[in-house]
Design a protein around this ligand. Structure first.
Ligand code: F42
Length: 144
């Protein structure tokens, strides 16, 4: 089993640690927003390390919508490249961890439907998109 390498962002690594240590009793929201967060376990595409990436919880039925926003930064978050290289992830939602498979959403109609759901769940996603020329990638995670 590859080794877990925490995020170099301490607030991110700390959230993962609290979320997992309490089995979802704590650490499950985005700071003061109170909005729900999931943890996506993914495989480092260069190191093979286990990476754990908290994302806003955007549900679409039994699927999740994963938004590679990184606050509207000019570059994709590097976990984007992990998911493209290996679509097999684990998603922790509170106290349940599910094996899921992700795919990047390319179809325009599907993307706009899912984007609306994502912005509804976390309105700042639209602000992030408005501030960058980068089209923020959207993935769907489907149960395997
Ligand atoms: N980020 C989002 O993009 N969307 C969200 O909805 C979101 C919500 C959220 C909620 C709570 C929270 O605590 C964080 C949240 N984040 C959200 C931030 C998210 O968890 C990530 O921290 C952020 O998106 C940046 O992702 P990143 O993968 O770019 O992180 C960097 C800082 C990172 O971890 N870099 C590592 C490093 O050492 O510099 C490398 C990580 C890695 O995956 N390396 C790969 C490997 O092989 O190991 C190689 C990757 C490559 O191709 O370069």
């Amino acid at each position: 089993m590859a080794e877990y390498v925490p995020s170099p962002s301490s607030w991110v690594a700390d959230q993962v640690e609290l979320y997992e240590r309490t089995n979802g009793a704590d650490g499950t929201t985005l700071r003061e927003t109170g909005l729900p967060v999931i943890i996506v376990t993914n495989k480092g595409n260069k190191t093979g390390a286990v990476r754990k990436t908290p994302l806003m919880r955007v549900a679409d039925g039994s699927n999740y919508v994963l938004v590679a926003s990184k606050g509207g930064a000019p570059q994709h978050p590097v976990w984007y490249h992990n998911l493209k290289a290996d679509p097999n992830v684990g998603i922790r939602d509170i106290d349940v961890v599910r094996s899921m498979k992700v795919r990047e959403v390319d179809d325009a109609a599907e993307r706009s439907r899912l984007w609306a759901i994502a912005v509804e769940a976390y309105p700042p996603y639209q602000e992030y998109q408005d501030k960058t020329d980068r089209q923020i990638p959207v993935f769907v995670a489907e149960p395997v």
